[in-house]
Design a protein around this ligand. Structure first.
Ligand code: NAP
Length: 478
């Protein structure tokens, strides 16, 4: 059991009011750490530290900052086993997933942005009598607020482009999963990054997240989390005219056409529904299946899901949900789905497991059919191992069901006919659609949602643009 500290202006700092939260491993219930329950006072000190460091950091050539990103990437790569282990203990996710996804992507995020900036052409616009040169300046201090489902993966996705563009950052990771943010704090300290460039303050969203959003010296807020929290973040940031990036919830459709290759589609749709126990914003939690293959698809899909192993995160396909509280929320949707007329084809129960996992927050993956597409369980984000099945007769009906939510984050289409796949993809009102794959990521492409799934885009140059202010300089011969 360890007690962790905030990293403020390069110093390990206890919370000013001396209070701590307990951090638990949700797979066992074991207490694994105490983390600062920081307040607005700690945020104020961290923002001051970032402000002190920013002029010098922002004045470095971007190529020099890219070298710092490379060093951080190398240090994270060297600790990838530890990252996987910590991420699994903090979130309950399978270690193999944490190694392949969380640890790998966290290091890659730094490497990727460092390489991208080296390849970016200058932004120049020639006129007959003048030349426009677009210069990108740092915003200043950026506030980065992240959720618990992919803790270091999402934090590094923001820290890397933010500091690359010359900003100094104050990070507020989820209080449920602080350990890898603390590892990043160790990495930047050991690498010798100038003090104050990266500050990490642990605590609750209501106390220190809100304080960060409302701090007048923070010029940009990059937030990933739930839609209702996003609403309050937007309300806090708007009167101060901050730059704001919101990556919010989703209720994504997986559309399976009658001609899909089921050998590939069934594992693909199951992965989309249940990866990380269904706790990925992009998860395909509504599975729309063309009526012509319904009778074949449904039993095969259910058999596939029933065969997934659940339990010990060191060896199983599925681990625990992030907390007991979150499991109760997901279970309440399984009950609601039945009240709304749904039939549970498998899962939705707590599995019987041997100690030390017998009191962990596990839930068998649930497949539910028979729900109206506009029911609450089929339109609200559950963010857990629950997928609802819906038949459709034709593409128009598939699109009507897919688009019938407040969300607009992602989706996938499965068909042997790429032209049809592309046509359906274009009709889905989301920021991202995959055809015959899911979560196949090229870090250069725009990432983000429409409707209540967010505002703005991350990824590649979109992130670099968010974390900078363009100044156009129009040059004319004297
Ligand atoms: P959340 O409850 O909205 O929390 C996200 C972060 O915001 C946490 O660090 C939280 O602090 C903080 N926070 C809470 N209230 C705040 C406030 N008033 N002001 C500022 N910050 C505040 O979300 P979550 O439960 O951690 O994560 C799950 C949600 O994230 C799902 O809806 C999922 O779809 C979404 N998500 C979206 C994406 C995407 O890219 N679109 C990616 C991943 C997850 P605490 O420590 O107190 O919780």
């Amino acid at each position: 059991m360890r007690r962790i500290a905030n990293l403020i202006a390069g110093k390990w700092t206890a919370p000013q009011d001396g209070k701590y939260f307990d951090d638990h491993n949700p797979a066992t219930g074991e207490k694994i750490a105490e983390i600062p329950s920081s307040t607005a006072a700690d945020i104020k000190t961290a923002v001051a530290g970032a402000q002190m460091a920013q002029p010098e950091w922002g004045a470095l050539p971007v190529e020099e900052r890219a070298v710092w990103l490379d060093s951080i990437a190398s240090a994270l790569e060297a600790r990838s086993d530890e990252i996987a282990e910590l991420e699994s203990r903090d979130t309950g996710k399978p270690v193999a997933l944490a190694r392949a996804v969380d640890a790998a992507r966290s290091a890659l995020n730094f490497r990727f942005f460092a390489e991208l900036v080296r390849e970016l052409p200058d932004e120049l616009y020639k006129m007959k009598d003048a030349l426009n040169v677009v210069v990108r300046k740092p915003v200043g201090v950026a506030g980065l607020i992240t959720p618990w489902n992919l803790p270091l993966y999402l934090l590094s996705w923001k820290v890397a482009p933010a500091i690359l563009m010359g900003n100094c950052v104050v990070c507020k990771p989820s209080r449920l999963t602080p350990l890898t943010a603390n590892l990043l704090a160790e990495v930047v300290t050991e690498a010798g990054l100038p003090p104050g460039v990266v500050n990490i303050v642990h605590g609750s969203g209501s106390k220190c997240g809100q304080a960060l959003v409302e701090h007048p010296a923070v010029g940009a807020i990059s937030f990933t989390g739930g839609t209702s929290t996003g609403r309050s973040v937007a309300a806090g940031a708007a009167p101060l005219f901050k730059k704001l990036s919101l990556e919010l919830g989703g209720k994504n459709a997986t559309i399976v056409c009658g001609d899909a290759d089921l050998e590939k589609t069934i594992p693909g749709a199951a992965r989309a529904a249940f990866m990380n126990q269904g706790q990925v914003c992009l998860c395909g939690s509504r599975l729309l299946v063309e009526r012509s293959i319904w009778d074949e698809f449904v039993p095969r899909f259910v058999a596939y899901v029933k065969a997934m192993s659940i339990g010990d995160p060191a060896s199983c396909d599925l681990g625990a949900l992030v907390s007991q509280e979150h499991r109760k929320k997901v279970e309440s949707y399984v009950v609601l789905a039945q009240e709304e007329g749904g039939t549970v084809l498998c899962g939705g129960e707590r599995p019987t497991l041997e100690p030390p996992f017998d009191s962990g927050a596990f839930l068998e993956p649930a497949v539910i059919e028979g729900l109206a597409p506009d029911s609450r369980s089929a339109t609200e984000e559950i963010f857990g191992p629950v997928v609802t099945l819906h038949p459709f007769e034709n593409d128009d009906e598939a699109l009507a069901i897919a688009n019938n939510t407040e969300y607009g984050l992602a989706g996938s289409v499965w068909t042997r006919d790429l032209e049809r796949g592309r046509r359906i993809a274009e009709g889905i009102d989301t920021g991202m659609v995959w055809v015959n794959c899911w979560l196949h990521r090229d870090l250069r492409v725009p990432f983000g949602g429409i409707k209540n799934s967010g505002v703005g885009r991350e990824g590649g140059r979109y992130s670099l643009e968010f974390f900078s202010e363009p100044t156009n300089i129009c040059l004319m011969e004297a």
